[in-house]
Design a protein around this ligand. Sequence first.
Ligand code: R5P
Length: 298
Amino acid sequence: MTIVCGLPGNEAMAQQLATILEAQLGHIESRRFPDGESYVRFEEDVDRKHVVLVCTLAHPDSQILRLLFAADAARDLGARMITLVAPYLAYMRQDRRFRSGEAISSRSFARVLSGSFDRIVTVSPHLHRYKALSDLYPVEALALDAAPLLAAWLASHVARPLLVGPDSESEQWVGRVARLAGAPYVVGRKLRSGDRDVSVELPGLDAFAGRHAIIVDDVISSGATVAATAGRLRAAGFARIGCLAVHGLQSGRDTATLLEKVDALVTTDSVANDHGAIGLAPLIAEAVAQSAAASLVV
Ligand code: R5P
Protein backbone atom coordinates (compact mmCIF):
# COMPACT_ATOMS: atom_id res chain seq x y z
CA MET A 1 0.00 0.00 0.00
CA THR A 2 1.18 3.51 -0.84
CA ILE A 3 0.70 6.56 1.36
CA VAL A 4 1.48 10.02 -0.04
CA CYS A 5 2.43 12.74 2.46
CA GLY A 6 3.20 16.35 1.61
CA LEU A 7 5.68 18.31 3.68
CA PRO A 8 4.40 21.82 4.57
CA GLY A 9 3.72 23.79 1.39
CA ASN A 10 3.41 20.62 -0.71
CA GLU A 11 -0.09 19.57 0.31
CA ALA A 12 -1.70 20.39 -3.06
CA MET A 13 0.76 18.28 -5.05
CA ALA A 14 0.48 15.44 -2.50
CA GLN A 15 -3.30 15.53 -2.78
CA GLN A 16 -3.17 15.38 -6.59
CA LEU A 17 -0.67 12.51 -6.55
CA ALA A 18 -2.71 10.53 -4.02
CA THR A 19 -5.83 10.99 -6.14
CA ILE A 20 -4.18 9.92 -9.41
CA LEU A 21 -2.39 7.00 -7.75
CA GLU A 22 -5.52 6.02 -5.82
CA ALA A 23 -3.25 5.96 -2.78
CA GLN A 24 -3.85 6.94 0.82
CA LEU A 25 -3.27 10.63 1.56
CA GLY A 26 -1.21 11.03 4.70
CA HIS A 27 -0.59 14.08 6.84
CA ILE A 28 2.52 15.29 8.56
CA GLU A 29 2.23 17.46 11.62
CA SER A 30 5.13 19.84 11.70
CA ARG A 31 6.09 22.93 13.59
CA ARG A 32 9.09 24.79 14.85
CA PHE A 33 10.08 24.85 18.49
CA PRO A 34 10.81 28.29 19.95
CA ASP A 35 14.52 27.73 19.36
CA GLY A 36 13.95 27.01 15.66
CA GLU A 37 14.30 23.22 15.83
CA SER A 38 11.80 21.18 13.80
CA TYR A 39 9.08 18.86 15.07
CA VAL A 40 7.71 16.19 12.72
CA ARG A 41 5.01 13.58 13.28
CA PHE A 42 3.13 11.24 10.93
CA GLU A 43 -0.58 11.39 11.66
CA GLU A 44 -1.28 8.05 9.93
CA ASP A 45 0.30 4.65 10.34
CA VAL A 46 3.10 4.08 7.81
CA ASP A 47 4.10 0.59 8.94
CA ARG A 48 4.84 -1.69 5.94
CA LYS A 49 3.71 0.96 3.50
CA HIS A 50 5.43 2.59 0.56
CA VAL A 51 5.80 6.14 1.85
CA VAL A 52 5.95 8.88 -0.78
CA LEU A 53 7.16 12.15 0.72
CA VAL A 54 6.44 15.17 -1.45
CA CYS A 55 8.73 18.13 -0.94
CA THR A 56 9.82 20.48 -3.67
CA LEU A 57 13.26 21.77 -2.85
CA ALA A 58 13.26 25.45 -3.71
CA HIS A 59 14.82 27.26 -0.73
CA PRO A 60 16.16 23.92 0.51
CA ASP A 61 18.11 25.05 3.55
CA SER A 62 14.97 25.85 5.52
CA GLN A 63 13.37 22.52 4.64
CA ILE A 64 16.00 19.85 4.50
CA LEU A 65 16.21 18.84 8.17
CA ARG A 66 12.44 18.51 8.48
CA LEU A 67 12.41 16.35 5.35
CA LEU A 68 15.22 14.11 6.61
CA PHE A 69 13.51 13.77 10.00
CA ALA A 70 10.31 12.69 8.23
CA ALA A 71 12.17 10.12 6.13
CA ASP A 72 14.01 8.74 9.16
CA ALA A 73 10.78 8.62 11.18
CA ALA A 74 9.06 6.72 8.36
CA ARG A 75 11.93 4.22 8.37
CA ASP A 76 11.75 3.84 12.18
CA LEU A 77 8.00 3.37 11.96
CA GLY A 78 8.35 0.43 9.58
CA ALA A 79 7.95 1.93 6.09
CA ARG A 80 8.67 -0.67 3.41
CA MET A 81 10.06 1.85 0.95
CA ILE A 82 10.52 5.62 1.01
CA THR A 83 10.30 7.69 -2.16
CA LEU A 84 11.05 11.38 -2.31
CA VAL A 85 9.07 13.33 -4.88
CA ALA A 86 10.92 16.62 -5.29
CA PRO A 87 9.44 18.32 -8.36
CA TYR A 88 12.32 20.80 -8.14
CA LEU A 89 15.67 19.38 -7.08
CA ALA A 90 18.01 21.90 -5.49
CA TYR A 91 21.76 22.44 -5.63
CA MET A 92 22.18 21.01 -9.13
CA ARG A 93 23.78 24.19 -10.46
CA GLN A 94 26.82 24.02 -8.17
CA ASP A 95 28.19 21.17 -10.24
CA ARG A 96 31.87 22.06 -10.15
CA ARG A 97 34.35 24.21 -8.27
CA PHE A 98 34.02 27.53 -10.10
CA ARG A 99 36.46 29.23 -7.71
CA SER A 100 39.15 27.59 -5.62
CA GLY A 101 37.94 26.47 -2.23
CA GLU A 102 34.26 26.23 -3.15
CA ALA A 103 32.03 23.39 -1.97
CA ILE A 104 30.61 21.28 -4.79
CA SER A 105 27.29 21.33 -3.00
CA SER A 106 25.45 19.24 -5.61
CA ARG A 107 27.48 16.23 -4.47
CA SER A 108 27.07 16.89 -0.75
CA PHE A 109 23.33 17.37 -1.19
CA ALA A 110 23.05 14.16 -3.22
CA ARG A 111 24.85 12.23 -0.48
CA VAL A 112 22.54 13.62 2.19
CA LEU A 113 19.32 12.77 0.32
CA SER A 114 20.59 9.37 -0.75
CA GLY A 115 21.20 8.46 2.88
CA SER A 116 17.51 8.77 3.71
CA PHE A 117 15.54 7.81 0.60
CA ASP A 118 15.31 4.63 -1.45
CA ARG A 119 14.25 6.47 -4.56
CA ILE A 120 14.05 10.06 -5.75
CA VAL A 121 11.72 11.37 -8.44
CA THR A 122 12.24 14.85 -9.86
CA VAL A 123 11.49 16.86 -13.00
CA SER A 124 13.99 18.38 -15.42
CA PRO A 125 16.89 18.72 -12.98
CA HIS A 126 19.72 21.05 -14.01
CA LEU A 127 21.87 18.40 -15.67
CA HIS A 128 24.62 20.33 -17.34
CA ARG A 129 28.07 19.10 -16.47
CA TYR A 130 26.51 15.97 -14.96
CA LYS A 131 24.92 13.94 -17.72
CA ALA A 132 22.60 11.92 -15.47
CA LEU A 133 21.46 11.95 -11.86
CA SER A 134 23.27 8.63 -11.42
CA ASP A 135 26.53 10.61 -11.80
CA LEU A 136 25.95 11.94 -8.30
CA TYR A 137 22.99 10.06 -6.73
CA PRO A 138 23.86 6.52 -5.58
CA VAL A 139 20.17 5.67 -5.07
CA GLU A 140 17.64 5.29 -7.88
CA ALA A 141 16.89 8.81 -9.09
CA LEU A 142 14.42 9.45 -11.89
CA ALA A 143 14.70 12.65 -13.92
CA LEU A 144 11.38 13.22 -15.64
CA ASP A 145 11.28 15.45 -18.70
CA ALA A 146 8.99 18.50 -18.68
CA ALA A 147 9.83 19.45 -22.29
CA PRO A 148 6.78 17.70 -23.84
CA LEU A 149 4.51 19.59 -21.43
CA LEU A 150 6.16 22.92 -22.29
CA ALA A 151 5.92 22.14 -26.01
CA ALA A 152 2.23 21.23 -25.70
CA TRP A 153 1.52 24.46 -23.82
CA LEU A 154 3.34 26.42 -26.53
CA ALA A 155 1.48 24.69 -29.36
CA SER A 156 -1.88 25.55 -27.86
CA HIS A 157 -1.13 29.12 -26.74
CA VAL A 158 1.38 30.80 -29.07
CA ALA A 159 1.25 31.29 -32.85
CA ARG A 160 4.51 31.79 -34.79
CA PRO A 161 6.87 31.58 -31.81
CA LEU A 162 10.62 32.08 -31.84
CA LEU A 163 12.13 30.26 -28.88
CA VAL A 164 15.08 31.96 -27.25
CA GLY A 165 17.60 30.28 -24.97
CA PRO A 166 19.65 32.81 -22.98
CA ASP A 167 22.90 30.82 -23.17
CA SER A 168 24.53 27.63 -24.41
CA GLU A 169 23.58 25.91 -21.15
CA SER A 170 19.92 26.37 -22.04
CA GLU A 171 20.32 24.87 -25.51
CA GLN A 172 19.41 21.37 -24.35
CA TRP A 173 16.05 22.62 -23.01
CA VAL A 174 15.15 25.19 -25.65
CA GLY A 175 16.28 22.89 -28.46
CA ARG A 176 14.16 20.02 -27.22
CA VAL A 177 11.04 22.14 -26.69
CA ALA A 178 11.57 23.70 -30.15
CA ARG A 179 11.86 20.31 -31.85
CA LEU A 180 8.74 19.01 -30.11
CA ALA A 181 6.79 22.18 -30.93
CA GLY A 182 8.14 22.49 -34.48
CA ALA A 183 9.37 26.03 -33.76
CA PRO A 184 12.64 27.79 -34.64
CA TYR A 185 15.05 28.76 -31.87
CA VAL A 186 18.14 30.82 -31.20
CA VAL A 187 20.60 30.65 -28.33
CA GLY A 188 22.42 33.62 -26.86
CA ARG A 189 25.61 34.21 -24.92
CA LYS A 190 25.30 35.04 -21.24
CA LEU A 191 27.83 36.77 -19.05
CA ARG A 192 27.13 36.59 -15.33
CA SER A 193 29.14 38.96 -13.15
CA GLY A 194 27.08 38.48 -9.98
CA ASP A 195 23.95 36.80 -8.66
CA ARG A 196 21.79 39.53 -10.20
CA ASP A 197 24.25 40.99 -12.65
CA VAL A 198 23.70 39.34 -16.01
CA SER A 199 24.12 40.44 -19.61
CA VAL A 200 23.00 38.50 -22.68
CA GLU A 201 23.91 38.82 -26.34
CA LEU A 202 21.52 37.48 -28.97
CA PRO A 203 22.94 37.30 -32.47
CA GLY A 204 21.00 36.41 -35.63
CA LEU A 205 17.54 37.72 -34.75
CA ASP A 206 16.81 39.55 -38.02
CA ALA A 207 15.46 36.48 -39.79
CA PHE A 208 12.74 36.11 -37.14
CA ALA A 209 11.25 39.60 -37.11
CA GLY A 210 7.51 39.64 -36.38
CA ARG A 211 7.51 36.39 -34.42
CA HIS A 212 6.36 36.04 -30.82
CA ALA A 213 9.59 35.66 -28.84
CA ILE A 214 9.43 33.09 -26.03
CA ILE A 215 12.40 32.88 -23.68
CA VAL A 216 12.85 29.28 -22.53
CA ASP A 217 14.98 28.23 -19.54
CA ASP A 218 14.96 25.48 -16.96
CA VAL A 219 15.17 27.66 -13.84
CA ILE A 220 14.21 31.23 -13.02
CA SER A 221 15.94 32.17 -9.79
CA SER A 222 16.40 35.94 -9.44
CA GLY A 223 14.92 36.52 -12.89
CA ALA A 224 18.04 38.42 -14.00
CA THR A 225 18.72 36.07 -16.93
CA VAL A 226 15.20 36.37 -18.32
CA ALA A 227 15.15 40.14 -17.76
CA ALA A 228 18.44 40.64 -19.61
CA THR A 229 17.27 38.41 -22.47
CA ALA A 230 13.95 40.25 -22.72
CA GLY A 231 15.81 43.58 -22.79
CA ARG A 232 17.83 42.39 -25.79
CA LEU A 233 14.73 41.15 -27.59
CA ARG A 234 12.89 44.42 -26.97
CA ALA A 235 15.89 46.40 -28.28
CA ALA A 236 15.89 44.19 -31.39
CA GLY A 237 12.28 45.20 -32.09
CA PHE A 238 10.27 42.23 -30.82
CA ALA A 239 6.84 43.48 -29.78
CA ARG A 240 5.63 40.34 -28.01
CA ILE A 241 7.91 38.61 -25.52
CA GLY A 242 6.97 35.76 -23.21
CA CYS A 243 8.84 33.45 -20.89
CA LEU A 244 8.34 29.72 -20.45
CA ALA A 245 10.36 27.95 -17.77
CA VAL A 246 10.21 24.66 -15.93
CA HIS A 247 10.96 25.90 -12.42
CA GLY A 248 9.91 29.35 -11.21
CA LEU A 249 11.80 29.94 -7.97
CA GLN A 250 11.68 33.72 -8.10
CA SER A 251 10.19 35.77 -5.28
CA GLY A 252 6.98 37.79 -5.66
CA ARG A 253 9.04 40.97 -5.93
CA ASP A 254 11.25 39.51 -8.65
CA THR A 255 8.15 38.28 -10.46
CA ALA A 256 6.78 41.82 -10.49
CA THR A 257 10.05 43.12 -11.94
CA LEU A 258 10.02 40.37 -14.54
CA LEU A 259 6.50 41.19 -15.60
CA GLU A 260 7.68 44.68 -16.50
CA LYS A 261 9.99 43.01 -19.05
CA VAL A 262 7.88 40.18 -20.45
CA ASP A 263 4.23 40.14 -21.45
CA ALA A 264 3.58 36.67 -20.04
CA LEU A 265 5.31 34.27 -17.70
CA VAL A 266 4.43 30.58 -17.52
CA THR A 267 6.08 27.84 -15.50
CA THR A 268 5.19 24.39 -14.26
CA ASP A 269 3.80 23.98 -10.76
CA SER A 270 7.04 22.41 -9.49
CA VAL A 271 7.24 25.36 -7.11
CA ALA A 272 4.09 27.12 -5.94
CA ASN A 273 3.78 30.43 -7.74
CA ASP A 274 1.01 32.40 -9.46
CA HIS A 275 2.31 31.48 -12.90
CA GLY A 276 2.53 27.69 -12.53
CA ALA A 277 -0.02 26.89 -15.22
CA ILE A 278 1.57 23.63 -16.34
CA GLY A 279 0.66 20.83 -13.94
CA LEU A 280 3.20 18.11 -13.25
CA ALA A 281 1.12 15.71 -11.14
CA PRO A 282 0.10 13.30 -13.97
CA LEU A 283 3.72 13.00 -15.17
CA ILE A 284 5.04 12.40 -11.65
CA ALA A 285 2.25 10.00 -10.68
CA GLU A 286 2.89 7.81 -13.72
CA ALA A 287 6.60 7.59 -12.86
CA VAL A 288 5.92 6.79 -9.19
CA ALA A 289 3.44 4.07 -10.17
CA GLN A 290 5.79 2.53 -12.74
CA SER A 291 8.82 2.53 -10.54
CA ALA A 292 6.83 1.17 -7.56
CA ALA A 293 5.45 -1.61 -9.76
CA ALA A 294 8.95 -2.42 -11.01
CA SER A 295 10.12 -2.93 -7.44
CA LEU A 296 6.89 -4.69 -6.49
CA VAL A 297 5.93 -2.05 -3.94
CA VAL A 298 2.28 -1.18 -4.41
C1 R5P B 1 21.55 28.60 -15.21
O1 R5P B 1 22.34 27.83 -14.79
C2 R5P B 1 20.08 28.32 -15.25
O2 R5P B 1 19.75 27.58 -16.38
C3 R5P B 1 19.29 29.62 -15.23
O3 R5P B 1 19.59 30.37 -16.40
C4 R5P B 1 19.64 30.43 -14.03
O4 R5P B 1 19.54 29.66 -12.88
C5 R5P B 1 18.73 31.63 -13.90
O5 R5P B 1 19.09 32.36 -12.77
P1 R5P B 1 18.59 33.85 -12.58
O6 R5P B 1 17.11 33.85 -12.73
O7 R5P B 1 19.03 34.22 -11.19
O8 R5P B 1 19.27 34.67 -13.61
